[in-house]
Write a protein that binds this ligand. Structure first.
Ligand SMILES: Nc1nc2c(ncn2[C@@H]2O[C@H](COP(=O)(O)OP(=O)(O)OP(=O)(O)O)[C@@H](O)[C@H]2O)c(=O)[nH]1
Length: 304
């Protein structure tokens, strides 16, 4: 089991420990041990299993899930449940004086609250999973359909994009698609400042954001280095530019957190779009869009 995610959940780990310790302290502090003859070992087996399994579930959640609302709600809910389960278990070992019988009466209340919180967490988890499924569908198609995949970003590679463009050009007498080329600005400076591994991480995160902002019919590829190509079937250049602007905006608004610093880094993109025209081949269409992008980049440097 990989325990590295535990480091992200120190507060939640404290909540679990607090729930566990508090339940034991309350019952041991306020109760008195029963004579052994009164102890029901069968009940202990049943209630002990519930408490132990709740604890195991908590550990599994902490080592499996990233930090966030869903994880926090799951841990809070299950910690309440653990609190009740422990009190229930300790009831088998201790009894309370008349004045403290309320303790046995209220022991199931945290469990009820916990179940409510967990139900909310499971709903949120479901919503989160729907988004992840959407993203994975696009990635799954990559692995099922082809091996022409860039291993850093798991996007299609440039050869696959050329193959797709050529196929579309062959299939249609009137080409009806657009391509966009995107380039990350100042990526070399980022690499030099934070290192290649962090650069790879940025490429992966940007690829995820690109996929999130495309329609299911569009195709994203890593062209080379910090350049990406997007293919928009049945789409004119204005719509392609509009989607590219949305991708650019989404990326500009995400704070990347390189490992060596707490300072967020924001990335900007430059893009150029072209529509396929009669007589085009993949290579000259890609050259055209690449030349246009280079012109835009030179213009930017001139303005800088
Ligand atoms: N981390 C990482 N860096 C890469 C990869 N492939 C290319 N690069 C780096 O991408 C950078 C591209 O540099 P440039 O073409 O000068 O691009 P830039 O710094 O964004 O400059 P402008 O495009 O003019 O803004 C270089 O530092 C390459 O080493 C890769 O797979 N991973």
């Amino acid at each position: 089991m990989n325990f590295s995610l535990l480091a992200n959940h120190q507060r939640l780990f404290t909540v679990v420990c607090a729930s566990f310790t508090l339940s034991l302290t309350v019952s041991l502090g306020l109760g008195q041990f029963k004579p052994l003859a009164d102890v029901s070992w069968l009940d202990i087996l049943g209630e002990g299993s519930v408490a132990l399994l709740s604890l195991c579930w908590l550990v599994f959640i902490l080592v499996s899930r990233p930090a966030g609302n869903v994880t926090t709600s799951l841990i809070l809910g299950l910690s309440c449940f653990l609190f009740s389960a422990n009190l229930d278990l300790m009831d088998e070992f201790v009894f309370y004086q008349e004045s403290l019988t309320w303790l046995s009466m209220i022991e199931s209340i945290p469990a009820g609250i916990g179940m409510l919180i967990m139900s909310y967490a499971l709903y949120q988890w479901h919503q989160e999973q729907l988004i992840l499924n959407k993203l994975l569908q696009k990635r799954e198609a990559i692995f099922r359909e082809h091996h022409q995949v860039d291993f850093i970003t798991t996007l299609y590679d440039a050869d696959y994009m050329r193959y797709q463009i050529d196929n579309k050009l062959l299939a249609n007498t009137r080409p009806d698609f657009s391509v966009v080329m995107l380039d990350i600005n100042n990526f070399d400076a980022f690499n030099r400042r934070f290192g290649h591994d962090q650069g790879d991480q940025v490429l992966r995160e940007i690829s995820d954001l690109i996929l999130m902002n495309l329609r299911s019919t569009d195709l994203a590829c890593r062209y080379a280095g910090d350049r990406f190509i997007l293919l928009f079937p049945d789409t004119d250049i204005t719509v392609a530019q509009k989607i590219a602007k949305q991708v650019k905006k989404a990326i500009a608004n995400i704070a990347f957190k390189p490992e060596s610093t707490s300072e967020p880094v924001y990335h900007d993109l430059t893009f150029a779009a072209e529509s396929a025209v009669f007589g085009d081949g993949a290579d000259n269409l890609l050259q055209r869009v690449s030349r246009r992008l280079d012109l835009f980049k030179q213009g930017q440097q001139y303005h800088d």
